[in-house]
Unconditional design. Structure first.
Length: 120
């Protein structure tokens, strides 16, 4: 794999906005971002359904989803944000991050920047 990739739902304005913020935080030189609608998820061992339900991150270290994907992006960014990624991976923190991610994902159409297309 040339470069790790963060795959998101490009039809969801909330998701797209969140990825733009993340790209600004970490830069875009080390990690590629792409909506799943503009690639073939199967090339990464994923289905369209999986990609529509949660953020996906694929790198040499493996495949990650949801809050684990966010943590891994931060870690692999090799920026000061990698500390935040490591904290997100701590057992209690990762459990809370996962619950928070699921709650946000289930309600992303109601959040700022969300649209009816964001509904899972």
């Amino acid at each position: 794999m040339d470069m790790p990739i963060l795959i998101f739902d490009g039809d969801c304005a909330f998701c797209s906005s969140s990825v733009r913020v993340l790209r600004r935080m970490i830069g875009s030189k080390r990690i590629h971002t792409q909506p799943y609608q503009r690639l073939e998820p199967a090339l990464y061992g994923l289905s369209e359904k999986e990609c529509s339900e949660a953020l996906r991150f694929v790198s040499e270290r493996g495949k990650f989803q949801g809050s684990e994907a966010v943590a891994q992006v931060l870690i692999e960014s090799k920026t000061p944000w990698l500390i935040a990624g490591r904290i997100l991976n701590l057992p209690i923190i990762s459990s809370l991050a996962n619950l928070t991610y699921k709650k946000i994902a289930a309600n992303r159409d109601k959040l700022p920047g969300g649209t009816p297309e964001c509904k899972i």
